[in-house]
Design a protein around this ligand. Structure first.
Ligand code: NOJ
Length: 542
């Protein structure tokens, strides 16, 4: 077997997630579309991005905002057409940008033709594409598995008396990845889009594909407490039998081989937090890349943030896509600051903290991703609780603290009505953003967050050692500080609340980038870095 080589276009690349329905609307229906994204790619390029990932654009009844796909080889009408998708890819390529789509293989929509046939005829081949099982002896669900979004992971198909499995809502039935027909069907879907120029996919719930053949009960490991939301319930089990099965990797290898034929990449969405388990998702027999999601869940916890990043980077120096933000979590400017009303101070703290962590991520190899609006330092959107859309909030009695709507509001382009996103109210009822949070205002002000992110990306590209040279973790004055040396580049992430002096790297360094305006001094004693500040230095005489 020929050993795969790393794709050259991933070297030093930075990605950008676009929540497709919230980026730019050209048709005036309040719903973002592909032509809108194509029009805004100049901005993305200006920011220094190399790869854009679009959340699902396929037809969907929207029980989970497009992650319930009714047809994988089509585009939903509000987003445009397959021809628009091809035009978007062509426009991206003309700007030297790559485009990743989102594939959702763990489950389909219950509206998908396969599931419709499976329900209509229990003897059909489509029935075997899903996970139907007989009830437990008491007539209840076959085992104790729970859905991420609340309640059991099983729904009764009354006509047949069997239950079907769904790790998310009942309208998202899970596929049976031990059935070769399912494998063949997805090979075909990948090829359909690769033939149209798509440069790769982000793989939704990659860790969920295979279930253990025993379908045994998952061990309960903690008590989530009386007011816990659905995700806390979900994580009160050890998901030994329904997630992260060893043989998922064989499927990844099969898919990546197809992608390689097209010089395309595959990027796992994996909720796996064990670093060694996660490292198995990438490499010569698996995928090019995997997200590491945990830093995107954490609140401001400097020691944990430092440890989680450095420990994993040592184990897997090339294959991780680092993020602090995506469409499933509160925005980091909000998450990294204490609760309470937003004022300029809280917002500045959140932006500085976000940039301090992202600066460290730029030194850890792999392909870091920003989430649209992160570069503007957006805080969570204010969403009227009565107008929440996320099923995590609308289908549960919990206080909505887990609702994901806050991170999904329209991109604020300018100060015109609807922030220039659309000419009408958007699909998600959210307040307009103030002028200083818009692209227009920030591009006119070199001291704005968007410029700081742009300079960070520029600095990384200007110093290839930052991702190519060997990763060395140097001694640090505290567990809240990371000191990383890569050849001619030194990165110090001081997430602590104190100024620190790093002595382990000597003093022949010149400051190349600072994540905020805090103090950084190099003298004979070493490098002194202000609190909650990350710096990039290049080798050279003072
Ligand atoms: C992960 C996606 O990011 C999330 O938005 C979705 O709800 C679940 N997978 C289920 O598809």
């Amino acid at each position: 077997m020929v050993e795969r080589t790393r794709k050259s276009w991933l070297n030093g690349a930075v990605g950008y997630e676009i929540y497709a329905r919230s980026f730019a609307d050209t048709t005036g229906d309040g719903f973002g579309d592909l032509n809108g994204i194509a029009e805004k790619l100049d901005y993305v390029k200006w920011l220094g991005i190399d790869i854009v990932w679009l959340t699902p654009i396929y037809p969907s009844p929207d029980h989970d905002h497009g992650y319930d796909v009714a047809d994988y080889k089509a585009v939903r009408a509000e987003h445009g057409t397959v021809a628009d998708a091809e035009a978007l890819v062509e426009r991206a390529h003309s700007l030297d940008l790559k485009v990743l789509f989102d594939i959702v293989p763990n489950h389909t929509s219950s509206d998908h033709a396969w599931f419709q046939k499976a329900i209509a005829d229990p003897t059909s081949p489509e029935r075997a594409m899903y996970l139907f099982r007989d009830p437990a002896p008491d007539g209840g669900p076959p085992n104790n598995w729970v859905s991420h979004f609340g309640g059991p992971a099983w729904t009764l198909d009354e006509a047949s008396g069997q239950y079907y499995c769904h790790l998310f809502v009942a309208e998202q039935p899970d596929l049976d990845w031990r059935n070769p027909d399912v494998l063949d069907a997805f090979d075909d879907i990948y090829r359909f889009w690769f033939e149209r120029g798509v440069d790769g996919f982000r793989i939704d719930v990659a860790h969920g594909l295979l279930k253990h053949p025993s379908f045994a009960d998952n061990p309960k490991v903690s008590d989530p407490g009386p007011n816990a939301g659905p995700l806390a319930h979900f994580f009160s089990y050890d998901h030994k039998f329904d997630m992260d099965q060893d043989d998922n990797v064989e499927i990844f290898g099969r898919w990546q081989a197809i992608a390689d034929e097209y010089d395309a990449t595959l990027l796992a969405e994996s909720g796996v937090t064990d670093h060694h388990r996660l490292a198995r998702y990438v490499g010569p027999n698996a995928l090019d890349l995997s997200f590491y999601l945990k830093p995107g869940w954490l609140e401001w916890d400097p020691a944990t943030l430092i440890r989680e990043h450095l420990d994993l980077a040592e184990i897997e120096p090339d294959g991780i896509s680092w993020v602090i933000s995506n469409h499933d979590q509160p925005r980091p400017v909000s998450r990294f600051t204490r609760s309470g009303p937003f004022d300029d101070t809280r917002s500045a703290t959140g932006i500085a903290r976000s940039l301090a962590v992202t600066t460290l991520q730029m030194a850890l190899g792999g392909v870091p991703f920003l989430y649209y609006g992160e570069e503007l330092g957006l805080v969570d959107a204010a969403i009227d609780p009565d107008k929440r859309q996320d099923p995590v909030a609308t289908r549960n009695d919990s206080d909505g603290g887990e609702a994901r709507d806050v991170a999904r509001s329209p991109m604020p382009w300018d100060s015109s009505p609807f922030n220039g996103f659309s000419t009408t109210d958007s699909w998600i009822a959210s307040e307009e953003r103030p002028l200083h949070e818009t692209v227009e205002a920030q591009r006119a002000d070199e001291s704005s967050p968007v410029y700081r992110y742009r300079k960070l990306i520029e600095a990384r590209k200007a110093m290839p050692d930052m991702y190519e040279a060997d990763f060395e973790r140097l001694d640090s004055p505290s567990d809240e500080v990371a000191v990383v040396r890569r050849g001619s580049v030194l990165v110090i992430a001081n997430l602590s609340a104190e100024e620190v002096t790093v002595t382990s790297a000597g003093s022949d360094w010149v400051l190349a980038f600072a994540s905020s305006d805090g103090p950084c001094a190099v003298d004979a004693s070493g490098v002194t870095v202000g609190p909650e500040l990350s710096v990039i230095l290049s080798a050279g005489s003072r």
